[in-house]
Design a protein around this ligand. Structure first.
Ligand code: NAP
Length: 274
């Protein structure tokens, strides 16, 4: 899909590097088809040594050479970098921003021209190539651009196509979601310790159980309610545990958490536009 198209990164921090690693490890892109820039010279040296990609401290060089450009700087640096590079941006380039919470409208206003712009939100699991990633295109995007963005971000997990106005809900569910699951795993491990398992065994067992249950849903495509019914036998242990979870309002608590995170994402987005 990428047909040897040069991919450029502006910013080679945590997420930039996760993407570079994913592209190379999945053999989607060769190192010499990746060019990156960063103001942090030490960071660039690490990236050069680790991945053998082309590096520069000049952001404009990336724009000149690349056909797909991924802006992977922090949201507070994005507007400066867009302003700095906009003179070299034209419709031959696909522009991707991964800056959390920065709306397409805000970027378009700074660009002051209609370009092929996509907003993408990966999550932290991109570091192990298991991200749940949302792709939200702007109005000038054609199907081929979406396929290109998919080809890049499928290297670090799985992608879904969303409308931009769904990204706050995405953030509440999948952006912040790993944080909830970390808490759940930690709590399950505490429970295992309380019931007599070692901390090490308990943490391993709770993590492996969460991963196995998630994989079972994804691989069988069965509804989680159906799978739950399968493991809950009459008068058995699982139904006793489920009853305790219902008493503790697990479902309502999780729904409240995702609603709160979505609302916070909306609030932060409004501040960025201001
Ligand atoms: N990390 C995540 O889990 C995650 C998840 C979803 C989305 N994102 C988004 O991904 C983006 C990058 O996040 P990150 O965690 O990778 O940040 P990061 O580790 O701080 O990386 C950003 C890099 O950009 C560099 N930089 C700053 N200003 C620059 C400029 N003017 N020109 C070129 N490079 C510049 C930084 O250098 P200095 O360190 O010297 O400033 C740093 O090396 C953010 O917008 C974030 O919202 C991150």
């Amino acid at each position: 899909m990428l047909h040897n198209k040069k991919i450029g990164f502006i910013g080679t921090g945590n997420m930039g590097q996760a993407l570079i690693a994913g592209l190379i490890q999945s053999k989607t892109a060769k190192p010499d088809n990746i060019i990156c820039s960063d103001i942090n010279k030490k960071q660039l040296e690490i990236v050069k040594n680790k991945y053998n990609v082309l590096t520069t401290t000049n952001n404009l060089k990336v724009i000149e050479k690349a056909k797909i450009i991924i802006y992977a700087v922090k949201p507070q640096n994005l507007f400066f970098v867009i302003k700095e590079t906009s003179k070299l941006l034209n419709s031959s380039k696909l522009i991707i921003s991964i800056a959390a919470g920065v709306p397409l409208k805000a970027i378009t206003e700074i660009l002051n021209k209609k370009l092929r712009l996509i907003r993408v939100m990966p999550n932290i699991c991109a570091f192990i190539r298991e991200s749940a990633t949302a792709i939200a295109p702007s109005e000038n995007i054609v199907n081929e651009d979406i396929e290109l963005a998919k080809a890049v971000f499928d290297c670090v997990g799985k992608t879904v196509l969303l409308e931009e106005n769904q990204l706050d809900a995405f953030t509440g569910l999948a952006g912040s979601g790993p944080g909830y699951i970390f808490m759940i795993i930690d709590a399950m491990a505490d429970a295992g310790v309380k019931m007599g398992l070692s901390r090490q065994d308990s943490l391993f067992l709770s993590s492996q159980t969460v991963m196995g249950a998630a994989k079972l849903i994804l691989k069988t495509n069965e509804h989680p309610g159906q799978l739950k019914d399968k493991v809950a036998s009459p008068k058995g242990t699982t139904i006793a545990g489920i009853h305790a979870l219902e008493k503790g309002k697990l479902r309502a608590t999780l729904i409240n958490a995702i609603e709160a995170a979505t609302n916070r994402s909306i609030e932060l987005g409004k501040n960025i536009i201001k």
